[in-house]
Write a protein that binds this ligand. Structure first.
Ligand code: ZN
Length: 229
């Protein structure tokens, strides 16, 4: 143990751990984010009130119990840096860390009490293969580790890889995502309260489509997204 501790100190002198956002060297008691970045995370209070902006974006697209986005996303912000690392640089620690922070928040909410299973919004297999991972999986794992719930990444799948929606109008986006998900094993979901997890909420078209599919399989659905643009 003693040798291990000396070795760890030696390594941390050569390669000091850096803040995942600003990349300044972390102080001894800091973990993953420096105190400055941690303090400046734009955390939402959605988890406390069902009348929130995340809910407003999704509630007309599917029957959902509750929705919350953990952070507010804006251009050139520390959230954008973190989301980029999660989505394109395979930094799954970002998902696990922020997911568990979000999990602690949800744990204190009266609106997320009877969830049975956590499901990350799936990627199309081709996209998952080219990226190498689904960035939502680590977020779901981070949340589930705090809520002490199982994560199901097998029985809910994406059949179609919808093209980029950036230049589409709201109704086009809605048509674009219809019937792109499927529950492979409906008995795994029937009567369950599912927490559907995504990385970023924009119009809510994709997550709305996923929630409708789960509604059809007999689920009650709540939604948790890491950020909201
Ligand atoms: Zn920092």
């Amino acid at each position: 143990m003693q040798i291990r501790r000396h070795w760890d100190s030696f390594v941390s002198i050569l390669f000091p751990p850096l803040c995942a956002s600003c990349e300044n060297v972390l102080l001894h008691q800091e973990e993953f984010l420096c105190s400055y970045c941690q303090f400046h995370l734009p955390v939402n209070d959605h988890y406390l009130f069902s009348n929130n902006e995340a809910m407003r974006r999704i509630q007309y697209q599917a029957t959902i119990e509750m929705a919350a986005a953990f952070l507010s996303f804006s251009e050139s912000s520390l959230v954008q840096t973190l989301m980029h690392k999660l989505k394109y640089e395979n930094e799954l620690q970002v998902g696990l860390y922020l997911g568990s922070e979000f999990g602690h928040q949800l744990l204190t909410s009266p609106h997320f009490r009877d969830i049975d299973v956590v499901i990350p919004v799936p990627l199309h297999p081709k996209k998952k293969k080219s990226r190498g991972y689904n960035q939502c999986d680590s977020v779901a794992q981070g949340i589930a580790s705090i809520l002490k719930l199982p994560v199901n990444t097998i029985d809910f799948v994406r059949l179609l890889n919808n093209p980029s929606q950036t230049n589409m109008h709201r109704m086009e986006r809605y048509d674009n995502v219809e019937n792109i998900f499927r529950c492979l094993n409906p008995t795994a979901f029937e009567g369950k309260h599912v927490l559907l997890v995504d990385d970023v909420l924009t119009t809510g078209a994709t997550i709305g489509s996923a929630a409708r599919c789960l509604n059809s399989a007999g689920c009650r659905v709540s939604v948790a997204t890491l950020a909201m643009a």
